[in-house]
Design a protein around this ligand. Structure first.
Ligand SMILES: Cc1ncc(COP(=O)(O)O)c(C=O)c1O
Length: 476
């Protein structure tokens, strides 16, 4: 678009924006099983109003906006208390799990730079199930990711495998509570012990679990210690904008002490401009997410969260039993909370996701790895509990539909992918592959099964290049 010569009316603008959403998946109807955490109408309205009331305030400078200092420190303190940190624990609010994780890695890197200048290529040890944000952090911050295999039955990393990966250049250990892919909690206690023995920093990614698991514990569910009560844990990330049901743009990065947190903060007076002190990645930032998070914590209260967590856990149980009750689908591992994945040995799960999509459901496909089969992921939340029965009914019917259709020939696709990578010009081969697959240009694909099949067949490094090329073309 070009900026119009004369501005449009508020009505025209809002109607047009609304029309842009025509092809979006219907999360309000509880049909999107990831990405959106809907607390229900009343809490969402309170959050929205709180968010908008701080839209223009700037988190860049707490001396000008002490309100934001108060909001941030109160939300962080409430989260630390839930994660059983003591009064020495501190933290900050960030824009999301990725930023929190990147800051945890930066803190570890800069502490190592200060205390171990002999380490020229710092390394962090992470399970294969760790979120991609750690790889992004590694990429941005020049820290080498040392990836450790998981147990293919439990999908948890073994502490001994973490230990074996430690070298004199290790600066950080990482584990998840829980991991996104299969929703299981790594052995945090054992890895914490290892971290103490080796005098290493240990970050727990509780982006999805920090709040939900803590309320499960308070409700009496059997939840292993994963928080600051584990003595070796030195930092934790917990997203308010996931199972805290806050508006997006809010996560907490927390450290056991200020001594450690100081490596996160960046200050710069070496310019002609204003003094810059940034504890997080952004400089100018809206106060909206902080106010939104403060509002929802106070609106729901402990009782509200406990009610949600109980409902979500009951829905999860029903869903897991229902899926395992279908002959063709099996839930992977023993999920610790309300996120899990399921596989099939008889049908192509990507085709199943496409069939479900025709009925308005969004279910995320996850690729296979040497230790995990291809699978579909579900994150149950307050906004989806009411559609569990409908989802199970449609899953049952769609499995039948997929079985009655010709299956995608995975072997033929693998052969096609392998052949196309043999040629002398890899870029041309990629373009051809993208065109054959339907993942090219600026049109969004309507069916994903074939695309996922091809992506699953590509080696990881090539798959990443393929996807980078795709996005490079998609956003014109
Ligand atoms: C375990 C885990 N860590 C980190 C992240 C990244 O969070 P965000 O998408 O808020 O950056 C996610 C996102 O789903 C996650 O599941």
């Amino acid at each position: 678009m070009n900026i119009p010569q004369q501005g449009l009316s508020k009505e025209e603008i809002l109607n047009t924006l609304q029309a842009f959403k025509a092809r979006d998946m219907d999360w309000r109807a509880g049909k999107v099983w990831c990405y959106v955490y809907n607390p229900g109408e009343d809490p969402a309205e309170v959050t929205r109003e709180a968010y908008l009331s701080f839209l223009s305030e700037n988190g860049l400078d707490p001396t000008v906006f002490p309100s934001l200092l108060k909001l941030e420190t109160e939300v962080v303190r409430a989260t630390i208390n839930l994660l059983r940190g003591d009064s020495n624990a501190v933290g900050h609010l960030t824009t999301g799990g990725t930023e929190s994780i990147m800051l945890a890695v930066k803190t570890a890197r800069d502490k190592a730079r200060a205390e171990h200048p002999e380490i020229t290529q710092p390394e962090m040890v992470l399970p294969k199930t760790a979120h991609a944000a750690f790889h992004k952090a590694a990429h941005y911050l020049s820290v080498k990711p040392v990836v450790v295999d998981i147990d293919p039955q439990t999908f948890k990393v073994r502490a001994e495998a973490m230990q074996a990966a430690i070298t004199p250049d290790t600066i950080l250990l990482v584990a998840s509570a829980p991991s996104y892919s299969q929703g299981v909690i790594d052995p945090i206690g054992e890895i914490g012990k290892l971290a103490r023995e080796k005098n290493l920093l240990f970050h727990v990614d509780a982006c999805v679990g920090g709040l939900h698991l803590s309320f499960m514990r308070k409700l009496g569910y059997d939840v292993p210690d994963f928080d600051f009560t584990v003595r070796g844990v030195t930092s934790i990330s917990t997203d308010l904008h996931k199972y805290g049901y806050a508006a997006k743009g809010c996560s907490a990065i927390m450290y056991r002490s200020k001594e450690l947190r100081k490596y996160q903060i960046f200050a710069c007076t070496d310019t002609t401009g204003y003094t810059l002190i940034n504890p997080t990645m952004l400089s100018s930032k809206t106060g909206g997410p902080m106010a939104g998070a403060w509002a929802i914590l106070n609106f729901l209260g402990e009782d509200g969260y406990k009610r949600i967590v109980r409902d979500v856990q009951e829905a999860t149980r029903k869903l897991i039993d229902g899926i395992n009750g279908l002959d063709d689908l099996q839930v992977l591992g023993e999920p610790a909370m309300c996120m899990f994945s399921f596989k099939s040995d008889t049908i192509n799960v990507y085709q199943l996701a496409d069939e479900m999509s025709k009925r308005g459901w969004y279910i995320q496909g996850q690729f296979s790895t040497p230790l995990t089969p291809r699978n579909l992921h579900l994150s149950v939340s307050q906004g989806t509990v009411q559609t569990v029965d409908a989802l199970l009914d449609d899953l049952r019917e769609c499995v039948g539909i997929v079985k009655s259709k010709p299956a995608i020939d995975s072997n033929a696709i693998r052969a096609m992918v392998a052949a196309s990578l043999q040629g002398p010009d890899p870029e041309a081969a990629f373009s051809q592959l993208a065109a054959n697959t339907g993942l090219a240009g600026t049109e969004l694909p309507t069916e994903m099964a074939l695309i996922n099949e091809v992506l699953d067949a590509l080696p990881d490094e090539l798959c990443n290049v393929f996807l980078v090329n795709y996005f490079n073309d998609l956003y014109v």
